[in-house]
Ligand binder design. Structure first.
Ligand SMILES: C[S@@+](CC[C@H](N)C(=O)[O-])C[C@H]1O[C@@H](n2cnc3c(N)ncnc32)[C@H](O)[C@@H]1O
Length: 297
């Protein structure tokens, strides 16, 4: 999977470039040739390595083209979603095995029971009040949300469609989460929680992975109280960037002061969808889209 840590600063995020690296064996031979300063071997290695890189590049692009065409036209998104769950689990296994892949600081933050709620979240909640019950949907095995908010009576609940599988992974790596993720599809929140039982529902880098993201947003609005906030934080046009591979099937884009949630066969405009229920504000910055949905009182 290309994705290597949503919370990583852009300079540390993985990129397609990693796909074009020469094979490790060729790189080792090349190193030896350079050590011995052998011009002949070096020339040969250079051309083999270039050819292999090219072949790898062409294969990668062909696969991407095929997947983009096939998946962006898929009729049954829930079926496609179910087949991609194994990729998601494989990613989190690698993430746990490596202590956070390229972002060990993020891994430590998620494990810290004293971690303060991030400014990127608190800055959107200035009128929420002193008591804050926050629900993180599609949270992953270790929620990315801070666990305390000074001066507030703060409680955090985390849910994810793969929570049962994540429990097995956490056991395997002997990790005890400060907040254990509970199993629930975002599309079915209302079955698991009483209406209006949260002050804030938060989704980070997850609704673009879900099979029915507009329904998921409606459910999030449903479970926050009147005046409560639904906060969405996603990378711009992630499915397009990831060529509709794995769970990446939907795009968030901030256009003409509204959030468009789309894929080739469908576009929802959030202001239209939530008219008479909530107000929608937001912004795009550094390749991310933040949407703040305030439920009508
Ligand atoms: C890329 S991870 C993001 C995890 C976490 N929000 C973060 O920012 O690190 C996407 C998560 O969304 C979950 N997910 C995908 N579709 C879902 C759905 N329909 N309902 C609930 N969780 C879902 C996946 O299982 C995965 O844990």
């Amino acid at each position: 999977m290309l994705y290597l840590g949503w919370r990583c600063p852009p300079s540390q995020r993985s990129s397609e470039a990693s796909y074009f690296k020469p094979q490790a064996k060729v790189a080792r031979v090349a190193e030896r040739a350079l050590e011995h300063n052998d011009e002949g071997v070096r020339g040969e290695v250079d051309s083999v390595s270039t050819l292999r890189s090219l072949a790898h590049n062409v294969k990668f692009r062909a696969k991407r083209y095929y997947l983009r065409r096939r998946n962006s036209q898929a009729a049954d998104l829930q079926e496609l979603w179910a087949t991609a769950l194994a990729d998601e689990l494989a990613y989190w296994r690698m993430w746990l095995a490596t202590g956070g892949a390229h972002c060990p600081a993020d891994y430590q933050f998620r494990l810290d029971p004293e971690a303060e709620l991030q400014e990127s979240i608190t800055s959107q909640l200035d009128r929420i009040g002193a008591r804050v019950r926050l629900l993180d949907v599609g949270a992953g095995p270790l929620t990315s949300v801070g666990k305390r908010w000074s001066g507030h009576d703060f409680s955090l609940t985390a849910v994810d469609a793969l929570a049962d599988e994540y429990d097995l992974l956490l056991d395997e790596f002997a990790v005890v989460p400060p907040v254990r993720t509970r199993r629930c599809d975002t599309e079915h929140l209302a079955k698991a929680f009483v209406r209006a039982s949260f002050d804030v529902a938060y989704a980070s880098n997850t609704l673009d992975h879900s099979y029915a993201p507009m329904e998921a947003i409606h459910q999030m609005v449903d479970i926050v109280r009147p005046g409560g906030i639904v906060l969405l934080h996603h990378r711009t046009n992630e499915a397009e960037r990831q060529a509709y591979t794995g769970l990446h099937q939907w795009n968030f884009e901030w256009v003409d002061n509204d959030c468009h949630l789309w894929r080739p066969s469908k576009t929802w405009r959030l202001r239209d969808e939530l008219v008479n229920q909530a107000t929608v504000t937001g912004a795009k910055a550094h390749g991310d889209v933040t949407v703040v949905i305030t439920k009508n009182s």
